[in-house]
Write a protein that binds this ligand. Structure first.
Ligand SMILES: Nc1nc2c(ncn2[C@@H]2O[C@H](COP(=O)(O)OP(=O)(O)O)[C@@H](O)[C@H]2O)c(=O)[nH]1
Ligand SMILES: [Mg+2]
Length: 285
């Protein structure tokens, strides 16, 4: 794979940070493809999501993680554990913070765990003035890391510079994934995630945390996704008046699937699944 004397590089880069700072949006922007679902609700990302950037000179494997927060449920604890595991133990750890808010205790707790040579990414620069960005970069200089990158995951500004730096930090090595592959996620998982993403757009308050989705049958083009809620009272909110919410969600997901997909959505109550180890295991959390 060596081209004109440039060594082939490969390695792992983790994206960590508080909830909602834009880790998943950044992953999708880097890959140029939606691999990780995004919403304005915390705890949208519930797994380590691997996305592979394939270049002629390198393979960069990015690991998107759940936001690190103060857990209130067993699921919250599991999410934190899955994220914290990816601080270190990779070639480069990127901590994402937001330009739109001051560096806070949540960021500092994560910052204190960063291994030497980590990178701080100041995201959402499209939302702040140059003055505010400067102030934010000054605040971010408190972290003992190798580099700081201001970016907008939304517009793409600054992202190429970040990726080029990460590339330069990877060791020489073989490709870990086959050519053309952008993620190791299964199709069933991806469709279930798309359903959850659309549900997160429409539901309010405590409901986002109570929703889980999983693909129960995959007989292409027939796909059935089960939506789990924690209480009977939540079932109606997910279904909507006359099935309107489910219908809307189904339409929006189908648009993102290959033509001809037949998507069926089922809602089931699984009492307090967020706090039950057995339920969490079944859902892969
Ligand atoms: N304006 C702006 N919004 C962003 C940017 N990156 C992410 N967001 C928004 O921030 C929210 C959280 O994004 P998400 O990627 O799910 O954050 P995560 O929880 O860290 O993975 C979503 O509403 C995104 O659209 C950015 O660069 N600029
Ligand atoms: Mg996320």
């Amino acid at each position: 794979m060596e081209e004109a004397g440039i060594p082939y590089r490969s390695g792992f880069v983790s994206l960590v940070g508080r909830p909602n700072v834009g880790k998943s949006t950044l992953l999708n922007r880097i890959l140029g493809e939606k691999v990780s679902i995004v919403s304005d609700k915390p705890q949208t990302t519930r797994h380590q999501i691997r996305g592979v950037l394939q270049r002629p000179d390198a393979q960069l494997v990015f690991v998107d993680t759940p936001g690190i927060h103060r857990p209130r449920t067993l699921m919250g604890e599991r999410l934190n554990a899955a994220a914290t595991e990816m601080i270190g133990d990779v070639d480069v750890t990127c901590m994402i913070i937001e330009a739109t808010g001051r560096v806070g205790p949540g960021d500092r707790r994560i910052g204190a765990q960063l291994p030497p040579g980590s990178v701080v990414v100041v995201n959402k620069i499209d939302r702040v003035s140059p003055d505010v960005l400067l102030a934010r970069l000054a605040e971010a200089s408190e972290f003992d890391v190798a580099e700081w990158f201001p970016v907008s995951a939304r517009t793409g500004e600054g992202v190429d510079a970040l990726v080029d730096h990460l590339w330069s930090r990877l060791p020489e090595g073989p490709a870990w994934f086959p050519a053309g592959v952008t993620t190791d996620l299964g199709e069933g998982f991806r469709v279930a995630e798309l359903v959850r993403e659309q549900l997160l757009r429409v539901v309010r308050e405590e409901l986002p945390h109570s929703i889980a989705t999983r693909t129960v049958t995959w007989e292409w083009p027939h796909v059935t996704v089960e939506i789990l809620v924690e209480r009977e009272s939540q079932k109606g909110m997910v279904i909507g008046r006359g099935g309107s919410v489910l219908k809307e969600v189904g339409t929006r997901v189908r648009r993102q699937l290959p033509e001809g997909a037949y998507l069926e959505l089922k809602v089931r109550v699984e009492r307090d699944w967020q706090s039950r180890p057995g339920s969490l295991e079944q859902l892969g959390y």
